[in-house]
Design a protein around this ligand. Structure first.
Ligand code: TGC
Ligand code: FAD
Length: 392
């Protein structure tokens, strides 16, 4: 097993902008990852399972609801701290960050923002400790990039709602205790419903055969006449803007997370290039390899600056959805390119599980697809700058 020798890279001295608390949070997450996750991640990825024993540790480092207020069990941290945790998690594996993203931004966030006080008190503390794990059901077999077309629906039966439909590609579905599900009312309005495991007619089959994000469990959500208590409807926001609001928070975390994956690839490639001798010299001394490394640190630094600024705007409540899209798209694309270049620097060793490069590269194929594809985010930016909608 390869030792995790990762060191952060801060070419533009951005740590000077971090508080002591930020640095402590980052160090705590990094140390936990190195101790608990790095030694087992390759095996988990090969086995195609999320190692569930990590849940308690993830909760302890603030991985579940870092910015949710302390009164609901969250850590009450700012958006930069949230980003730093996502960066450290994805530095290890995108699937690890996914588990944290889904719980924090796609499950706790909507209950906090769109739920009532009773729902907040009932669910958030258990989700913060990881006692309960949640999942987020928006995508359907026929509605991925266009979630507004969803057909999952519920009917008002007087004393309960009757839910029917199916969701596909749902992270954590196979073992989640609850799902935040987006479905249409009889009037065709989208609402969020909390569906709990054990409700009759609710099943969560596992999806197999992924060559990406293998250390994260993915499944379906099937609703066959599920009786959902009326108190499980999230009352404070409806319409497509409600799930998209959750995605803003998750996409922001991904923007930071992707930098983590890129940093890990750069770190591994830089060390290897200085140690690997060919033609009697370290390969890092050849201009072609230096070009790769120099371009990597340039792109990482640009993404760090972009994302730190986005974090400031989020802290001030001023970041727009389009700004978040730009960062998510830029950073994930940057990371996937760096993973490919880093793999080449390692030659044949780059394709083995001795090094994390192929794992990051494969994972990032999911990250560039979920939470809005690379193309969808380009169209969001295009619409924002022109005022013209090219989606439909
Ligand atoms: P459109 O007409 O543009 O908008 C409908 C309503 O939504 C509002 N809105 C937003 N609100 C909050 N945040 C945002 N980011 C928003 N974007 C739009 C908008 O103002 C409007 O409100 P109102 O009041 O006027 O009705 O909607 P559209 O149907 O044209 O679609 C727009 C589009 C394509 C950008 C959107 O649907 C989209 O983002 N598609 C991508 C789908 C996606 O990202 N799915 C993610 C599923 S979850 C997931 O992947 C989790 S992975 C988890 C993990 O493992 O980490
Ligand atoms: P499609 O929407 O069918 O897109 C196919 C291609 O067409 C893409 O290249 C896309 O960019 C392009 N395209 C689509 N519309 C346009 C257009 N108007 N103009 C130009 N090009 C267009 N979803 C959840 O709800 N919850 C989850 O927890 C979750 N976890 C996931 C985990 C994994 C590992 C993966 C892979 C996906 C997950 N998803 C989840 C689903 C994810 O959000 C969708 O896969 C994504 O939104 C894309 O939808 P799709 O796969 O149906 O692709």
């Amino acid at each position: 097993m390869r030792q995790d020798l990762y060191q952060g890279h801060d070419y533009y001295l951005m740590d000077e902008w971090l508080t002591e608390e930020h640095k402590l949070i980052r160090e705590t997450a990094r140390a936990w990852v190195k101790r608990e996750v790095s030694p087992i991640i390759e095996k988990a990825w090969e086995d195609g399972i999320f190692p569930r024993h990590l849940i308690a540790g993830l909760a302890e480092i603030g991985g579940f609801g870092p910015y949710i207020p302390v009164e609901y069990g969250g850590a009450g941290l700012d958006q930069i701290a949230y980003g730093l945790i996502m960066q450290e998690l994805e530095r290890c594996d995108s699937g690890l960050r996914s588990t944290s993203s889904v719980q924090s931004s796609l499950v706790m966030y909507p209950i906090w923002k769109y739920g009532n006080e009773e729902q907040r008190r009932k669910y958030l503390p258990k989700l913060a400790t990881g006692e309960w794990i949640g999942c987020f059901g928006l995508t359907e077999p026929d509605f991925g990039s266009n979630p507004g077309g969803m057909v999952t629906n519920f009917k008002d039966m007087g004393d309960h709602y009757l839910l029917n439909g199916a969701k596909l590609w749902i992270s954590n579905a196979p073992f989640a205790q609850l799902a935040v599900v987006w479905a249409k009312s009889e009037e065709g309005r989208i609402h969020g419903l909390i569906v709990e495991r054990g409700m009759e007619g609710f099943t969560t089959p596992t999806m197999h055969g992924k060559w990406s994000l293998r250390a994260s469990d993915t499944g379906e959500l099937i609703f066959d006449n599920v009786r959902v208590p009326k108190e499980n409807l999230l009352p404070n926001k409806s319409g497509l803007g409600a799930p998209l609001g959750c995605l803003d928070s998750a996409r922001y975390g991904i923007a930071w997370g992707a930098i983590g994956a890129a940093l890990d690839c750069y770190d591994v490639a830089l060390r290897y290039a200085k140690e690997r001798i060919q033609f009697d010299r370290p390969i890092g001394g050849f201009q072609l390899q230096q070009k790769k490394l120099a371009e990597m640190i340039t792109e990482i630094t640009k993404a760090q600056l972009l994302t730190y600024r986005l974090g400031q705007l989020r802290n001030e409540g001023r970041a727009t959805s389009a700004q978040i899209s730009l960062s998510k798209r830029n950073n994930v694309n940057m990371a996937i390119n760096i993973a490919r270049e880093a793999r080449q620097i390692l030659g044949g060793m780059g394709i083995t599980n001795e090094y994390p490069l192929m794992r990051h590269m494969c994972n990032l194929e999911s990250v560039i697809t979920y939470e809005g594809t690379h193309d969808v985010h380009l169209l969001i930016t295009g619409k924002d700058v022109t005022g013209l909608d090219a989606f439909k």
